[in-house]
Ligand binder design. Structure first.
Ligand code: NDP
Length: 328
């Protein structure tokens, strides 16, 4: 039998954590032949709730779950971690300035980056889900100088999945008919879901839609504001779909993306497409051999260029703000 893979989940007692842990333990994160050991990090007041979730995990008798550790100490939670899902974050509350939000998250992601640097396994792969995800990933990455920067990623897969489902509905096709629909930029309202490089049954998606007004004024804002629409309808933020996207992101990272297709992930920019070096921005990416690589050489028309530039400008602003706060 294989040695268990250590999977650390932060914010494990939260809504996303509750939707995520059972899927990890059932083998959906890494595959049906890979045993996992869960390492749950929570803040002290939420430890008891995390223990309750762990009791339920026990009660599922998952054959692939080889153990559960629960702690409020990042040094313990990331010890030997192979995969880390950073879900717990400080949400923006009423009246909170952006600087306060970034500072509060700096207080979470700086020590977590340091603990990953000091204690994680050599093959550590990190996915940041907690918002503002791209910038939280940048903070953690900048405090883990011994870990290759490309091991830190931010989640835009939920945005991608939302885009798939909106496009499928519009065209009366299924999501299986769609390929290469990626998100560029920040996981925020400025994100750019790109139909110009996407394909529907082998045809260009923007041409298949043939309705520039729908693309610009309905599709993009619907995808970008879907989180708010879920809160409005459900009375709570999306949790199962966010957990599902985190599973998709890690599964494809580890197992590779399909030939002739790509997915979206926030990865450290190498300067591709004029996105400044070092910021964590979403791109179309492929994975093989356990590495996400930016898809190179795509032509960007004026419309796409302007959308990407606007989202990247927001990421640069966030980076400059955390820099001036001394967080990176
Ligand atoms: P959720 O589990 O619902 O959300 C956790 C984080 O994921 C939030 O930052 C949220 O951002 C973000 N997120 C990213 N994408 C989505 C999406 N599509 N839909 C919804 N959320 C998304 O929050 P809870 O409050 O239920 O749980 C958070 C848990 O984290 C708590 O148990 C808390 O104790 C814990 N925590 C742990 C820390 C640690 O381990 N050190 C530090 C801080 C908190 P947004 O708010 O913008 O929706």
């Amino acid at each position: 039998t294989r040695t268990p893979v250590n999977v650390t989940v932060t914010g494990a007692a939260g809504q996303i954590g509750y939707a995520l842990l059972f899927r990890i333990a059932s083998g959906q994160l890494l595959g049906q032949d890979t045993p996992v050991r869960l390492k749950l990090l929570e803040i002290t007041p939420a430890l008891k709730a995390a223990e309750g979730t762990a009791m339920e995990l026990d009660d599922c008798a998952f054959p692939l779950l080889s153990g559960i550790d629960i702690t409020d100490d990042p040094n313990v939670a990331f010890d030997g971690a192979n995969i880390a899902l950073l879900v717990g974050a400080r949400p923006r509350t009423k009246g909170m300035e952006r600087g306060d939000l970034l500072e509060a998250n700096g207080g979470i992601f700086k020590p977590q980056g340091e603990a990953i640097n000091a204690h994680a396994a050599d093959d550590i792969r990190v996915l940041v889900v907690g918002n503002p995800a791209n910038t939280n990933a940048l903070i953690a990455q900048s405090h883990a100088p011994d870990v290759p920067a490309e091991r830190f990623t931010a989640m835009t897969r939920l945005d991608q999945n939302r885009a798939y489902s909106q496009l499928a509905k519009k065209l009366g096709v299924t999501v299986n008919d769609i390929k290469k629909l990626a998100i560029w930029g920040n996981h925020s309202a400025t994100q750019y879901p790109d139909l110009f490089h996407a394909e529907v049954n082998g045809k260009n998606a923007a041409e298949a839609v043939s309705d520039q007004a729908w693309l610009a004024d309905t599709f993009i804002p619907t995808v970008a504001k879907r989180g708010a629409a879920i809160i409005e309808a459900r009375g709570a933020s999306s949790a199962a779909s966010a957990a599902n996207a985190a599973i998709d992101h890690v599964y494809d990272w580890v197992n590779g993306t399909a030939e002739g297709d790509w997915v979206s992930a926030g990865v450290v920019s190498d300067g591709s497409y004029g996105v400044p070096d070092g910021i964590i921005s979403s791109f179309p990416v492929t994975s093989s051999g356990g590495n996400y690589e930016i898809v190179k050489g795509l032509d960007l028309d004026e419309f796409s260029r302007a959308k990407i530039d606007a989202s990247v400008a927001e990421l640069v602003e966030e980076r400059d703000a955390v820099k001036s706060l001394g967080l990176i």
